[in-house]
Design a protein around this ligand. Structure first.
Ligand SMILES: [Zn+2]
Length: 164
């Protein structure tokens, strides 16, 4: 599958609410599994032969796993040439040396790009704006609708985050 086909698949996936990021991963030809990773590791992206494998930390919440998956897909789509054998992301989404790999090609710039990719994938502006315009919308209800944390949704909406 070429990269243009992959961006088409991604564009189509962004139209549903919530975005089915697990189905998207399969459609892109990326393998996915969950495992008990070290508590400070949220995700891994590894090259396995010609393919890529993403591993999520079983111990993380559902919304966190979704965000991590979207972040790793960001590295896959944007930084495939820098991944080498693989990379680990710590809880702050920084390539770290405490996991299996220590990828120094992935720096703060790439992490910011992957975070923006993830936010844009899980909370596309078209559907966020449409839902937010509906009467009675709250950040909590929006977060639940899009399958993201209330914190992530508050940042996306540009409203203060007030934990209950
Ligand atoms: Zn990362």
């Amino acid at each position: 599958m070429n990269i243009a086909d992959q961006w088409d698949i991604l564009t189509r996936a962004r139209r549903s609410v919530p975005v089915d990021v697990h189905q998207l991963t399969a459609a892109l030809g990326v393998r996915l599994k969950t495992a008990f990773l070290a508590p400070n590791i949220s995700g891994m992206l590894e090259r396995v032969g010609e393919k890529f494998l993403i591993t999520l930390n079983t111990g993380d919440s559902y919304t966190r796993q979704r965000f991590t998956l979207a972040h790793e897909l960001g590295h896959y789509m944007l930084h495939r040439h820098l991944v080498g054998d693989g990379l680990d992301d710590d809880r702050a989404y920084r390539s770290t040396n405490v996991g299996k790999y220590h990828n120094t090609m992935i720096g703060p710039k790439e992490e910011t790009e992957a975070n923006k990719f993830a936010a844009s994938l899980l909370m596309p502006s078209e559907s966020v704006n449409r839902e937010w315009a509906k009467p009675g919308s709250t950040p909590a209800q929006m977060a639940s609708l899009f399958g993201v944390s209330e914190h992530a949704m508050s940042i996306r909406l540009g409203v203060p985050y007030e934990p209950a």
